[in-house]
Design a protein around this ligand. Structure first.
Ligand code: G3P
Ligand code: CA
Length: 258
């Protein structure tokens, strides 16, 4: 729906920078989002969780250990405590001092500059996260239809339905891991009742499944591309967007038969 047109009028594959341009800068930091913007990606993808005091924070793992100098569960720490952590040094010394951003910081810095694909990460751990995201978007009039380039997705499909009910004019997506390899047309129709995007693990896709997802009325944005060969394979399958750590592998490529 948000694909750009090139000179020939054909649709282009949407470039989504996974956790920001996370091949180039530490994932889910302002540095990675800024890099994605500078690289002219169409969207940044961000993972939203809640701190102990109910603040929306942007981090992928439900524990701090891999991407910060903290340890233990994200939800066991207050925002003030999380803000003390270094979320950049693990990637490279150049990024020492990068902080875990809040959801509000990211949307205030980047709305209108680049699209934002919001993943509700493990929402079963964070009751009420859908309402908090909805409130933050509504306060800023970011829930209005048309060209806002805001999409909400989750592997937790109940959470996607909850969010869609709160924000009926915002496009939503279902994330699909490998357990959905045998998804039926009936299941695709159920997803399409509330979702505009079916975003699968890239290894799930076959030409036949691509056709069936499109026939159900959803766009396909697979994850996570980390090589040019993977991107080329997905171009050939006719996907609509690609979620990638390296935006440079994707942009300006026309959608096959688009
Ligand atoms: O946006 C899709 C992708 O981010 C889902 O997997 O584990 O990177 O959040 P993960
Ligand atoms: Ca994600």
């Amino acid at each position: 729906a948000f694909a750009q047109n090139n000179e020939t009028g054909s649709k282009k594959v949407v470039t989504i920078a996974h956790r920001g341009a996370s091949g180039h800068a530490p994932e889910n930091t302002m540095a990675a989002f800024q890099k994605a913007f500078e690289m002219k990606a169409d969207y940044i993808e961000i993972d939203v969780q809640l701190s102990k005091d109910g603040e929306m924070v942007i981090i992928h793992d439900t524990t701090l250990d891999r991407t910060t100098n903290g340890t233990g569960s994200v939800g066991d720490y207050t925002l003030e405590e999380l803000k003390q952590l270094d979320a950049g040094s693990w990637f490279s010394e150049e990024y020492a001092g990068e902080k875990i951003p809040t959801f509000e910081e990211v949307i205030d810095a980047f709305r209108g500059k680049i699209g934002i694909l919001i993943e509700l990460k493990s929402p079963e751990l964070y009751p009420g996260v859908e309402e908090k995201v909805a409130d933050a978007l509504r306060e800023r009039n970011m829930d209005k239809p048309k060209n806002n380039k805001i999409i909400i997705q989750s592997f937790n499909h109940e959470s996607v339905q909850t969010s869609k009910a709160l924000l009926p004019t915002v496009p939503h997506g279902v994330l699909a891991g490998m357990s959905w390899a045998d998804v039926t047309d009936e299941e695709l129709a159920e997803f399409a009742a509330y979702a505009d995007y079916f975003n699968p693990n890239m290894n799930l896709l076959t030409p036949e499944l691509v056709d069936r997802i499109h026939a159900a009325g959803m766009e396909i944005w697979p994850y996570t591309v980390r090589t040019q060969e993977q991107a080329d394979h997905l171009f050939e399958l006719g996907v609509d967007g690609i979620i990638t750590d390296f935006p440079e592998y994707v942009y300006d490529h026309p959608v096959k038969n688009g």
